[in-house]
Write a protein that binds this ligand. Sequence first.
Ligand code: URA
Length: 235
Amino acid sequence: MRLDKMLADLGYGTRNEIRKACRQGRIVLNGEYVKDCSIHVNPEEDEVLVDEEPVLYSRYVYFMLNKPIGVVSATSDRQMTVLDLIDSGIKGLFPVGRLDKDTEGLLLITNDGQLGHRLLSPRHHVEKEYEVELALPLKEEDVTRFASGIQLSDGERCLPSTLIITSETAARVILTEGKYHQIKRMFEAVGNQVVGLKRVRMKHLVLDESLAPGEYRELTKEELADLKELAGSDE
Ligand code: URA
């Protein structure tokens, strides 16, 4: 693989920026300054340094994070972000979708833009399941209202969703879309208020409950294969 492509894939900049970094003597390959960054490298074996820092090569990585409350789902922010929790040295990571600052649970973090895009595409209706705690008792009629598509206070209508009441003030909700603050606004529309929200599933990918809030791990081969199968087609 060409060195400039590898570095661009890893988020070190555009190919032009990487060429410039070469000219500036900022890139070292196996102990030698690189003059021509179209040179081919073996990412598994060659040692590359950029600005004296080793480049950790892995074309695509996929982490399951148990997002803690209080951290924002962004790539950069003045506040602590979910990426600050990932200590991988890999550039170009981003969270697939957003959870509110006060929402916890399953968040996929990757540098695979194509997979992320497909998982978020409204066309794929990827199921997302949440555990919800409410301020007020749930009503049986809420189930039918969710199933027929809640109308939000601004008039926008949600797709039909599944509400499973698990106790007087707790439920599971399964959505196939992702509007801004959607679950909070859906419960507001039925006169209730969300006091706790945790995502536990995205399609087949289930939150690993052995991960404490703030912990993460790489997806297993099987988990990744399931996600890729789902996202395999853009039709
Ligand atoms: N719905 C919300 O209201 N917040 C989230 O973080 C996710 C879904």
